[in-house]
Design a protein around this ligand. Sequence first.
Ligand code: AHR
Length: 506
Amino acid sequence: MMTTIDIWLNEEIGRINPNIYGHFIEHLGGVVYDGIWVGEDSEIPNIKGFRQELIEKLKEINPSVIRWPGGCFAETYNWRDGIGPSEKRPTTVNWWYMNDGKLESNQVGTHEFIDFCNLVNAEPYFAVNATTTTVLEARNWIEYCNMMQGTTTLAQEREKNGSPEPFNVKYWGLGNENWGGGGCMTPEDYCHIYRKYGIISKSVGQDLQFIACGPYEDIPEWTAKFFDKYKEMYTVGRVAPMFGYSLHYYVTNTGRMGTELTYSDAQWYEMMRVGLDMEPFIQSQYEMIRAAMPETSIGLVVDEWGVWHQQNGRHPLPGNYLFEQMSTMREAVLAALSLNIFNNHCDKVVMANVAQLVNCIHSLFLAKGNACVATTSYYVFDMYKIHQNATSLKTEVNCKSITYIFEGKTYDIPSISCSASFRDGILAVTLANLTVDEDQEIMFNLHGGQYTSTGTMVVLSSYNHKNGNSFEEPYKVTPVEQNISPVGVELTVTIPKASVVLLTLD
Ligand code: AHR
């Protein structure tokens, strides 16, 4: 069966917030130390202690926003440990992630993270410790970061520490996974704590955007209970306002779906199915919020997402960092279909942060010593950056289904995922071919306009879908570009099995 895709130039879903293409850096495994940070005295080329090669590559993909310092790490973090002269900073235990016995040196703290964001042109998004510290500490951190030069004692301390200008941190996540690692709270407990942040929401006259902790995919009911309570408090006032509501969604393996190089086709498809299931999760979470508060403008912030094999569990293979895994064509296709979901729901999703940037889970980079490798998923972000700030368009895909049997059950999933956007006269269409063994011919029907000239097609694929980039073969899988020639409203292309594709047309 030939796939047909209808695209309506005149049916807009909304503007694609660039923050949908955001990132996440946690003090975990090799993400910060040896990942982004090598230290100013390192022989590895660096800018202010940050890996130069990574900075240059990251800038290329317009990283928009970066979440830090966790994750679970945030829930035991004391921001004061990471300010002041580096030699005077305390060495602490990384309570969440023991990092193979390594201690937390606190060499990367608030000022350094802000430097990193400035170096790559990204907006900072801070995760506040809402479990083991107080609202007062959050207030102090906000004041330290955002008060004008020469005003409060904390602003003067920031100046003394080398940054007279305020950091103007806008996004503040209040807690992390508070139903689990972050305090094992009930939705009602958490709502009660969230409420208290209302007191500081306007305290420094800033445009602060607070993000509340929502559920992981397996506890969707958290939301209805949380919003029941939040609505009640909102009605009586003095509750923290909410810009975004956070969701975490991992395509988790836990061994069932095979490690990166030893899995069957059924295991591949099962991972695709779980990836596709993020769409109903987003839809239903959004509906729950709107059911409780019909007038609200709260958006969804998927501030952790990605493929998490856990093949190494908490005890990594020798020489690997905690949760370090390879990104092959499987991760690239899953990144592409996830980003297609965000684009298609950009009227609901205002931010998303892939977990994590380097050496961890769905990494965009692998870095060790002098080497810094861009993974297949990095190239997906590079291809998809064209969607940032563009208008997402309605599409309809008619493709063959894939039927597979996994653990005795039969499933059907679509074989193609797609999103399209329009900006400055350019139509961008991104596709993922979910089949492991079939190239697909696709015919596009354009509604509401015509193509005017040639376009380009960029393809990320490999003869073997288990291939990815590694320290040994850093450029094994990279995108390839070719010209295409649409005529009037007609365009047909063939895309390889297990591929990610970008079409740009004017
Ligand atoms: O990204 C790794 C961990 O996954 C984070 O610390 C936590 O928030 C989530 O469970």
